[in-house]
Design a protein around this ligand. Structure first.
Ligand code: TMP
Length: 218
């Protein structure tokens, strides 16, 4: 049985990681075998790349080097984790995937959109999510959430979180444009409400799309 691939996307502070974890809990309770992963990261090599990307000391990373590191992370992750889990019939939840590259390196950094699509396809081996949940909210709200958690404006903020407001606004607009172009794959979920509210919206979308677990009562 083929697996089912769900990705979470959104700007900083959109609550993806929390919602990804909550969805995994709900799906496991419904009898689905779930794998949760993330990009960058998700493999031992990927976790080292993540550290370089988000907390590299010293000189700035060029935007091309940054792009290629995200792609190297993806190439490893798809081969080592995502494909095998999907081949084993798992529901795979991934915190960020190819749309992050389009929005951050495309709209954020200005890399050519068509080039990014080709590179995404090479790095991801053509893997496309069955469903993408875009958690959307004004960037100011997301960044305020991070600040409240003590991340931004302190040594705790990572390299991308420290980018200026205009960068994050371009990323958000980029995401919304991708979602408008692919409405069947991407569900936009309003994410400026409370965790429970967003969780219910996520579950509603996933229940309507995901086939029931084998052996589970409908
Ligand atoms: P996270 O902390 O939300 O998991 O994301 C790590 C950062 O990496 C976040 O700022 C978005 C960024 N990112 C990209 O710029 N391009 C990508 O392809 C991916 C996967 C993440």
């Amino acid at each position: 049985m083929p697996g089912y691939f769900i990705t979470f996307e959104g700007v900083e502070g959109s609550g993806k990681s929390t919602q990804c974890r909550l969805l995994a809990e709900a799906l496991r309770q419904a009898g689905h075998a779930c794998v949760v992963s993330r990009e960058p990261g998700g493999t031992p090599l990927g976790e080292r790349i993540r550290e370089l990307l988000l907390h590299a000391p010293g000189a700035a990373i060029t935007s091309l080097a940054e792009l290629l590191l995200y792609l190297a992370d993806r190439a490893q992750h798809v081969e080592e984790v995502l494909r095998p889990a999907l081949a084993a019939g798992r529901v795979v939840l991934c915190d960020r995937f190819t749309d992050s590259t389009l929005a951050y390196q495309g709209d954020g950094r200005g890399h050519d959109r068509e080039l990014l699509r080709q590179l995404n396809s090479v790095a991801g081996g053509g893997l496309v999510p069955d469903l993408t949940l875009l958690l959307d909210l004004p960037v100011e709200v997301g960044l305020r959430r991070l600040a409240e958690r003590g991340a931004v404006a302190s040594a705790g903020a990572d390299r991308l979180e420290r980018e200026n407001l205009a960068f994050h606004q371009r990323v958000r607009r980029g995401y919304l444009a991708i979602a408008a172009a692919e409405p069947r794959r991407i569900a936009v979920i309003l994410a400026d409400g409370g965790v429970e509210e967003v969780r219910a919206a996520v579950l509603g979308v996933v229940r309507a799309r995901l086939p029931p677990a084998a052996g589970a009562s409908a």
